[in-house]
Every structure is written in structure tokens, then in C-alpha cells.
Design a protein around this ligand. Structure first.
Ligand code: PFF
Length: 450
């Protein structure tokens, strides 16, 4: 398939917005803050930043190279680069990982839509009855029907964007939604930083407690870094295949990683000052955003408007990431099974909703179903984030570093000799030695294998 017959991104900003749309998601706004809260504040942040630099950026760039060189979905790109070799399995496992992430990611994104609906209701109602946020959350997320409906709505919205195509759907929506997300977050940061007592929260976020760092926490930081950058499962291979040949991919990878980090830190700057200002503990786990925040908004002047802004922000972040996950599967169906894009999207979304229902229900009717002592939701998250994504990232860098022709890498990364490549030796050194060894050590130690 050549470049002209494939849909693709049109402008530099469009590429940036779409990749950033995938990277910035619940991982930044929902997952990152509670991980920081549970695992030693700034100490976790430092380990996390190190992983972004030595693993996240090189792995992201490796995926871009494979995708743009291979010009296909994540399975086909590997086949293109290594015909007759089994490397395409990495692509296939990536597509499977995208599917697993979709099943549980759409649960939380669905919850955020319920909270947008609640906030909208509050904006337009004159009722002053104050409800206990913990009870509201407990009542909502343990039911069967409502969370399922929101999960389906989430998937439908994302499916519509995917059906519109890469340029008209993914790129155009990201170009509007990403700046909107940034504006919402900036407004919220200004608001929470001016709350009395907010300095405590900043101190928590920026002063490290190294006593909390152990091998389990280090694995979580690695899992969080690859999850947040959408690395390790073919998503960036797929998006890489849509990047025009004249775009400087190193610059794109670097700026996306930095923007992703900044947004996660900015989310922390919004969340921790508010927590401390209202005397709440930072170790709240996944309920942080859904219990603590509504409580804080109730006590704020104009809180309903901020609640609406906040949950819209989280919903946008979630949906743009779901779009990228869905695209990985849809383009695989389209290219390998010759399905029409619309039909492929419907199949992928239906499958993801069908299996995702088990994750949704694992908070309610299926609460007692435990596998390895964890709920279905937690198992899916663990399998994807702490096993499949780090392994995916490992094989991607190993493939490119050891099993692909270095001249081809240089050619692709340097846009056929038109770019200066001073850092190329550093990149090769990282993908050959630093990143694989670091991933392997963290991975084996974190799983208690040695
Ligand atoms: N990067 C997204 C987040 O931080 O929420 C999640 C994600 C999207 C992971 C796409 C993996 C992926 F391929």
C-alpha cells in the first residue's frame, strides 16, 4: 500500500495533536495523581521522569520508525520490515493489548460522562440538597445498567470519530479537543493554586519521600510511563504509519513526551493543592477523582461550574485515547481482512463493549469474582499496563536495535538524509542497551522473579 492511497495526517500540528490526544488521557489525569499520592509523591515523580527519558521517548521513536517505514497496521508494519520472521507477533500482541486496555479504559471514561451529566444537572437545577460524594459514587459505580450505558455511549462517540477517518476524524477532533483540554486544565490550576493552604499540596507533589520506593513501586512507575505515552502496543506504530515523510519524528516524539509529562504534573498541581486545602488524604486510590473532587467542588464558590469543566476535561482526555486504541484494531481489520472502515469500527467497538461489560460489572454484580485475588478490572489493568506494555516496549526496541538494518533506521529517522542527526549514536545506544536492560530488570524484579 503506498502513501497516496492511505489516509494520513495532514499537518505537523495535526500529528502533534493526534499523538498527544492518544498520550494524554486518564493516565495523566486519573491514574498519575493517585499513583503519586500512593507511592511517595515526588520520589515517584523522579523515577517516572527517568523512565520517560530513557525508555519512553526512545520506544516512542522506535514505534514511529517501524510504522512509517512499514506503512501499515502494527502487524503489517513488522511483516514489511522483517518478512519471513516472527516479529509480527509483537504487532499482534499489541493489537490484543489495545483491546484489553479498551475494555477497562472505557469503564472509567464512561464514569466521567456520568459526572459531566451530574454537573450539567447541577448547573441548571435550583436544588440546594447536598449529597455525600462517597455515597453518590458508591451507588453509581456498583450498579449494573447505568455504567454499562455510559460505557456504550463512550464507545459510540469514539467510533463515530474513527468512522470519519484519520484526517477528518482523528486529526480534526484532536486539533479542537487538545487545546480545549489545556485551557480547562489551566483554568482549574489557577483556581486551586489560589485556595488557602494550597502550598502543602505543592510541597507533597514536589518533595520526595524515598522510603516509599521499592521494586514494586519502580515497576509501577515504568508501567505508568509506558501507559501514559501510549507505548508498547502498536498504537504509535499505527499513528507512525500516518506521519508524512517530511516530518521530523524525533522532534515530534520529544515534544509529545514533554507535553504529556507537563500535563500530568499540571493535573497534580490541580489536584494536590485542592486535596490539602480541604484537609483530605492523598492516598485515595482510583476513587480520588470521583469522590474527593466532587466533595471539594461542593465547598467551592462556583463549584458546579468547575465540576463541569473538570469532568469534561477528563472525558475529553479519555475519549481521544480511546480513539487511538480503537484505531489500532480497526485499521488491522481493514487492512488484513478487507473490511470496510465503518463495519470494522462497529465490530471492534461491539467486541470491546462486550468484553468490557465484565470490567464494568466487576465493581457491582461481579464484585466477588476474583482472579489472582484481584477483580476483573484490576486484572485487565495489571495485564495490560504492567505486563503487555513493558514487554511490548522491550521487543520494539530490541527489534530495532538488534535485528533491523541500522542504515534503514538512519534513513527513516533522518528523512532520507535531509536532517542533521547528532544524537543518533545516543539513540542507538539507548535502544540497544539501556532501554532493554532497564525494562528487563524492572520487570523481573517487580514481578518478584529474582
Ligand atoms: N496514554 C493513555 C493515557 O495516558 O491515558 C492511555 C493509552 C492510550 C495507553 C493508548 C495505550 C494506548 F495505546
Amino acid at each position: 500500500m503506498n502513501q497516496t492511497s492511505r489516509d494520513g495526517f495532514s499537518s505537523r500540528f495535526g500529528i502533534f495533536a493526534a499523538v498527544i490526544g492518544s498520550a494524554i488521557g486518564l493516565g495523566n489525569i486519573w491514574r498519575f495523581p493517585y499513583m503519586v499520592g500512593e507511592n511517595g509523591g515526588a520520589a515517584f515523580l523522579i523515577v517516572y521522569c527517568a523512565f520517560v527519558l530513557i525508555i519512553g521517548i526512545p520506544a516512542m521513536l522506535s514505534e514511529f520508525i517501524i510504522g512509517r517505514r512499514g506503512q501499515g497496521n502494527s502487524y503489517r508494519s513488522f511483516k514489511q520490515l522483517a518478512p519471513q520472521k516472527p516479529w509480527y507477533w509483537i504487532g499482534l500482541v499489541g493489537i490484543f493489548a489495545a483491546f484489553i486496555i479498551l475494555t477497562f479504559y472505557s469503564v472509567i471514561t464512561g464514569w466521567t460522562l456520568e459526572y459531566v451529566a451530574i454537573a450539567l444537572k447541577d448547573v441548571f437545577s435550583s436544588s440546594t440538597v447536598v449529597q455525600d460524594p462517597a455515597q453518590v459514587f458508591e451507588h453509581f459505580h456498583t450498579q449494573a445498567l447505568k455504567p454499562l450505558i455510559w460505557q456504550i455511549v463512550t464507545m459510540l462517540i469514539s467510533a463515530i470519530v474513527i468512522m470519519l477517518g484519520v484526517r477528518k476524524g482523528i486529526e480534526s477532533s484532536a486539533k479542537i479537543l487538545m487545546p480545549l483540554l489545556f485551557i480547562c486544565l489551566a483554568i482549574l490550576a489557577v483556581k486551586t493554586l489560589t485556595l488557602p493552604g494550597s502550598v502543602e499540596g505543592l510541597r507533597f507533589l514536589f518533595s520526595p519521600d524515598f522510603s516509599k520506593i521499592n521494586s514494586g513501586v519502580i515497576l509501577k512507575a515504568l508501567g505508568q510511563a509506558v501507559f501514559s505515552l501510549s507505548v508498547g502496543m502498536g498504537c504509535l506504530i499505527t499513528y507512525g504509519s500516518y506521519i508524512r515523510k517530511d516530518v521530523n519524528m524525533s522532534r515530534t516524539a520529544f515534544s509529545v513526551a514533554i507535553a504529556d509529562l507537563l500535563i500530568a504534573v499540571l493535573a497534580g498541581i490541580v489536584i494536590f493543592p485542592a486535596l490539602f486545602s480541604f484537609g483530605m488524604a492523598p492516598e485515595q486510590g482510583p476513587g480520588l477523582v470521583f469522590v474527593v473532587f466532587p466533595g471539594i467542588f461542593q465547598q467551592m464558590i462556583g463549584g458546579v461550574y468547575f465540576a463541569l469543566l473538570f469532568f469534561m476535561l477528563v472525558a475529553i482526555a479519555g475519549i481521544t485515547s480511546i480513539i487511538s486504541l480503537l484505531e489500532v484494531i480497526v485499521v488491522y481489520f481493514v487492512e488484513e481482512f478487507k473490511l470496510k472502515r465503518v463495519f470494522a469500527t462497529l465490530v471492534a467497538a461491539t467486541l470491546a463493549c462486550g468484553l468490557g461489560a465484565f470490567s464494568t460489572l466487576s465493581f457491582g454484580p461481579l464484585k466477588h469474582v476474583k482472579i489472582f485475588n484481584q477483580s476483573i478490572f484490576d486484572n485487565s489493568d495489571f495485564l495490560a499496563s504492567n505486563i503487555l506494555l513493558p514487554l511490548g516496549a522491550f521487543f520494539v526496541v530490541v527489534f530495532l536495535g538488534w535485528f533491523y538494518d541500522i542504515n534503514q533506521i538512519k534513513d527513516e529517522l533522518g528523512n532520507q538524509g535531509t536532517l542533521k542527526m547528532r544524537l543518533f549514536p545516543v539513540f542507538m545506544f539507548i535502544i540497544r542497551y539501556v532501554a532493554p536492560i532497564a525494562i528487563l530488570l524492572v520487570f523481573l524484579k517487580g514481578l518478584n522473579i529474582f
